[in-house]
Ligand binder design. Sequence first.
Ligand code: V47
Ligand code: SF4
Length: 381
Amino acid sequence: MISLYNKTLTDPLLLQIVEKVHAGERIQSAEAEVLFESKDLGFVGALANTIRERMHGKFTFFNRNFHIEPTNICVYDCKFCSYSRLLKEKQEAWELSEHEILEKVRSYDGIPVTEVHIVGGVHPKMGLHYFASLIKKIKEIRPEIHVKAFTAVELEYMCRKAKLSYEEGLRILKEHGQDSLPGGGAEIFDEELRSVIAGDKCNATEWLQMHETAHKLGMPSNATMLYGHIEKYHHRIDHMERLRKLQDKTGGFNTFIPLKFRNKDNQMSDVPEVSVIEDLKNYAVSRIYMDNFAHLKAYWPMIGRNTAQLSLSFGVDDIDGTIDDSTKIYSMAGSEEQNPSLSTSELVELIRQAGKIPVERDTLYKVIRNYGIAEETEVTA
Ligand code: V47
Ligand code: SF4
């Protein structure tokens, strides 16, 4: 019997997990299942925090970014999506012109953003060559900005339509200035569940192949997991296992981003959202299981700023960026953040209130500024 984290441990499996975490060893799927089933959130959170502090101390990363969502018209019909519209649903659909997109980029002249995140619906007519030329023009306006663009779902469709292999397609986008891939479109990899909630879009193997190809070409990426809908714990673990394996092979993922299913105005509105307890436990188990991912992100426009603050004690070390009210995906799905925008000083304050040290990073986690603990450090908005 040993006493740890104010808890007397008698269960040999829990003891084994604690010993592994302390030795920096990897836990296996059955052990992750035990943690997910645990009713002791404080214990699981403390274990995750041990790892978080070993990797990053109290540092908490954020960036200055904005999103461009070129369109919400989508050829697919994912059951959880509140955002997409079919081509015929003109009234609620938008399609930004190239001019509007470039004007948006110009509107950040003189503002020290480091990243533009471009994702949207899978539009039948906006193809790979259109987007390659768009990225080139964005880079002409703002050469130093990091372009993180297109989920594997968008990329798979673009490559297929252009009759290009993933490698050929990604190479063209890279040559035109795309730097990395965001983590969207992963949803849940289990084939049976995926066919129910996101039946017609790229499958798990294709999603993983697209990221593997990107990594091979020197384009890093992120990975997401949509949780809290009809999946069971073993589906989450299977999803993380497939990502962990690919990361062992390529090392190309920067960040793992669990995305909580939000149920407003979509075809799964009858599925209740999970509790904040479940959110925190999911972050904690993710941190413990995904030992080869350097960073774990709580995306505040989706989870809300309050839970994002709490998550920093449950394994999370990154809360994404200033966003500047430039994404609609989560507000349309019912997030408490209806106009997501935080100034740098608000983000810094949010992180400090949680007892952590704010660090502005670029997309690749190069430190731009360490704000320290002290409140007297002047912060420019
Ligand atoms: O793939 C859509 C998710 C994703 C809902 O890489 C929903 O840094 C919950 O991937 N409830 C797109 N989630 C967003 C995304 C992302 C966001 C922030 C940062 C990064 C990054 C990537 O949004 C989709 C889907 O999984 N999504 N609808 C919904 N109702
Ligand atoms: Fe289209 Fe993405 Fe929505 Fe699925 S989640 S319908 S691919 S915009």
